[in-house]
Structures are given as structure tokens and as C-alpha cells.
Write a protein that binds this ligand. Sequence first.
Ligand code: FAD
Length: 296
Amino acid sequence: MSSLSDRLIQSHISLAPQTSYRVGGEAQWYAAPRNWEHLEACFDWYQSQDIPLTLLGAGSNLLISDRGIPGLVISTRYFRSYEFEEETGLLTANAGEPIAKLAWKAAKRGLKGLEWAVGIPGTVGGAVVMNAGAHQQCLGDILVTATVLLPDGTVKEVSPQELEYSYRTSNLQGTNKFVIRAVMQLQPGFTKTEMMDLSSANWTQRKNSQPYHLPSCGSVFRNPQPLAAGWLIEQLGLKGHKIGDAEIAHRHANFILNCGNATANDIFQLIRYVQEKVEYHWSVALEPEVKLVGEF
Ligand SMILES: Cc1cc2nc3c(=O)[nH]c(=O)nc-3n(C[C@H](O)[C@H](O)[C@H](O)COP(=O)(O)OP(=O)(O)OC[C@H]3O[C@@H](n4cnc5c(N)ncnc54)[C@H](O)[C@@H]3O)c2cc1C
């Protein structure tokens, strides 16, 4: 290792505290770069090894195996900085910036376009990859360009068209293309009051309809459009069903909660159980929105 990668890369780091589910094992190797120089050093080290790479945002859409993740895990949690151009409405943010924080900051500046994100607990990078969205809006609607570090070490600007966005999908998923930064186009010309009211209404609606009191990953399954996964699960009377300490939420059947001591395996078994029941009764194959990482 170079002295910089030596300082940055740690071994056997517990990942459970870095996921919204609060479950999962250790990263074999782990780094949380704060800037481009750190990121390059971690990436150079990774390229010199014959090991897998896993990218971690806020861990709000991940189920990490109890057995952990082999190879290097790079977290973007400290890779932050953002800038609003208030006159044009352009927002540039590094991958690790929390998208909900930026949504509130945009609202305070009277900028429209991110108010759907007020309750979404992920990073800019995760939102670009997942095409995060709510209230009939999504990241793909406002993305101008994303800066991506490719596995061969080159850096490329990509447009939303190149990312082939559709519902909670981009072609970055399942690749090791690292989103470093995103430029988003917001609309100026609104008042702070208008945008704060809209954002607060979105936040209230979310708090009233979704369980925020216990660890989860948000919606576990993609909606098999035009149907809603939660409705299909609820009709089967599965709300409250538990495996170990993982439970299908009473407030929203598409949420699986960690009631305190769930393991990743409890959650995984409950996901499989729901898939089997829904397939049997509705002939619908539910596809997880949550990303399973490691061995199950
Ligand atoms: C309570 C709750 C409510 C939620 N509500 C919503 C909702 O309304 N709408 C919605 O869309 N989602 C929702 N989610 C899910 C989640 O917040 C989003 O999917 C979010 O965009 C994930 O971002 P993240 O930073 O946590 O990504 P992670 O969960 O860390 O990672 C998700 C995927 O993106 C990859 N990734 C992360 N960062 C990068 C990067 N910089 N470069 C390349 N790949 C990267 C990871 O490898 C992984 O494959 C909710 C989650 C919770 C816990």
C-alpha cells in the first residue's frame, strides 16, 4: 500500500451501523475517502489487488449479508460538497451529500425540483444509481449530468439518456461505475414559503403513511406496475408476519422492519416468504428493490 492508501484502508469494519437496516457483517477492507485524492488512492489500491469492489452510499437500500462483504468496500459518506447557483437553479453535489438535506436547502432558496426527496434517507450517488423518487417525480427528471469513475480508472460525464432511466432503475446498477458528482437542474422563481410548504406537506404525508420508527430499507419490492406491491401483500393478511425479529410493517406492507435484533438472514427469509406467497396467490413475481449484497 502507498502511505495514503495505508492510512485510508482499514480491515474488518462492521457495516451494520452504516445501513438503515442496522444489520450485516464486516467489510474485509473498507475506506471512506473524503476527496478526489483519497478516492484515487483507494481506487489505485483496488486495481492492484485481485478482489471485488462494493460501493456504499448511505446504505438505505441495501441488505448486507451477515457474512459480510469480501474485498474492498468504498463508502461515499464523507465524499461531500455542494453548490447552488441560485439564479440558474443549477445544483452540483458530490456523491456523499444526503439528498434529503439538499432538498430542504433547495426549498429554503425557493428552488423547485427536489421537494419529493425530503424524506429519502440516501446520498446523491445512491439516488443517481437507484433513480430514487417519490410523489411521481424522480432523480432522472432533474439530472443534467453525472460524473462517473469507470472501473478502468477513467472519468466520464454521462447524460440521463445514457443512463437509460426508468422506474427505480439505471444502467449503473450492478456495475462498479462510481458516481462521483451530479449536476441537477432546479427551477428558480418560487418563494421560500411556497417551497417549504410543499416540502413539509410531502414530509408529513410520508411520516403518516410509512413506518419511520424502526430500521428498514423503505420499500422492499418494486411495484409490479400498475399494481402496488404493498397492496398485494396486505390482501394476503401478511402485515405483522414475523421471521426472527424481522416483521412486515403494520403501517405499510411493502416495508420489512428490523424490530431490534433481526439478522440479515431473518430479513432475507421474510423477503423469500413474501415472494412465494404473492407468486402463489397472485401469480406475480415480486422483484426486490433492495439490493442484496454478499452471500445469502
Ligand atoms: C425509510 C426509507 C424510506 C425510503 N423511501 C424511498 C422513496 O420514497 N423512494 C426511493 O426511491 N427510495 C426510497 N428509499 C430507498 C433509498 O433511500 C434509496 O434507494 C436511495 O436512493 C439509496 O441511496 P443510498 O445512498 O442509501 O444508496 P445505498 O443503499 O448505499 O446503495 C444503493 C445502490 O447504489 C450503489 N451506490 C451507492 N452510491 C453509489 C455511488 N456513489 N456510485 C455508484 N454506485 C453507488 C450501491 O452499490 C447500491 O447498489 C427509502 C429508504 C428508507 C430507509
